[in-house]
Design a protein around this ligand. Sequence first.
Ligand SMILES: [Zn+2]
Length: 209
Amino acid sequence: MKSLEQLAEIINEVVKRVREETLSFEVEASGRHIHLSREAIDRLFGEGHQLTKVKDLSQPGQFVCQERITISGPKGLFKNVVILGPERKNSQVEVSLTDARELGIRVPIRESGNIEDTPGIVLMNGDKVLHLDKGLIVAKRHIHMTPEDARKNQVENGQIVKVKINSERALIFDDVVVRVSPKFATYMHIDYDEANACGLNKGDRGAII
Ligand SMILES: [Zn+2]
């Protein structure tokens, strides 16, 4: 016979696991990438150029473009960096902290779109060069959530949560920002440094704890 305490412990564990299972979401790793403004596209690809979609991303309306460019810092550069569409109001370059070291630039961790007082970087497409004066960030790890999933998870837009990644090398990430919008599909986004830290494989899921 198990004691009442032991039974209560088992029930708690089961509830916790069911919760984690039903409220879990897929975790995706984002490699270094670029969002370009209309002005930047004109400069790098020619006036009026339209970005060419090659693949849809999990977030509705977001896509991978065929166009690639080079990003260059004082210590190093990366060629063939992917551009994600559609075009945005402001250009933004997202790299990992490992990339930042290679570029030789101190890059702050920011939420996407929050680019005030961030460093710039040089963008190159062949002989076309554009010096961005700001917009280089390491993206703060985040969960895109539909309002419905936010309600189920009892979280609000902007809330900071802890997420357990149920991967080969399971890991709990703190300081994860929840972003809620009816335009989103529910997915967590981390960069390659973070994905490697938890041995992420495609399809791995995470849950708020
Ligand atoms: Zn994202």
